[in-house]
Design a protein around this ligand. Sequence first.
Ligand code: ZN
Length: 237
Amino acid sequence: MPAPAEYKWPNADNLYCRSYCPLHPGVHKIVFDLVDEIMDVFDAHAFHAGMDEVFYLGEDKCPRCAGRDKAVLFANEVQLIRDHLAEKGRELWIWGDRLIDGRATGIGEWAASYNDTYRAVDMIPRDVVICDWQYDRDNQTAVYFALKGFRVITCTWNKPQVAVSQVEDLYRSRALSGKELKSRFYGIAETIWSMPPQFLSGYYGKAPNSTAENTPWNTFRVMFDKMAQLDSAGGSK
Ligand SMILES: [Zn+2]
């Protein structure tokens, strides 16, 4: 389908996200070229493919995807990219939201899936690393991914209280888990959704809202303080 001359976001569906058609015969030549170039330039071992907020998938208007199982479409795409990376001993990381049932969990349609992709969690290779972004609440979904067999990185953003709870989860999960499970609680990451200078000026006290509570820089600081506190208390790393 030809792209419109001008995109307006959010669109009529209240979405700003676009997807590519995973069954388009020309798409993977471009995707793999891009992936390979980025990996080579950065001399990287792991590639984060995103794959979050995929709302448009298996659309009725698509001559290739119409009527297909969206979970299978999503899982096959994960498998393809994972296999391509594995050829050179590289690993795939993706966001976890499409793999969580948004209705059953009440997490909603952004940080979890309303479009039936969540069943893909049982179809994708277990060596994919899941970046589980849960920004507004500590939904404890890391446990879900770990029990499914994935390494999981809990991702936080701009709510320090959520991050503190997630750090506590991480340490508790590692402490409670046996050998098989422990290493799957892979870590916790602060994400930022601005240009780096904005984060850095906030972090170094040079932004007007540097001292505000719910900011990425304060979340980052509080998250590290909490880890230091638990480490010095003899917590499980
Ligand atoms: Zn399609």
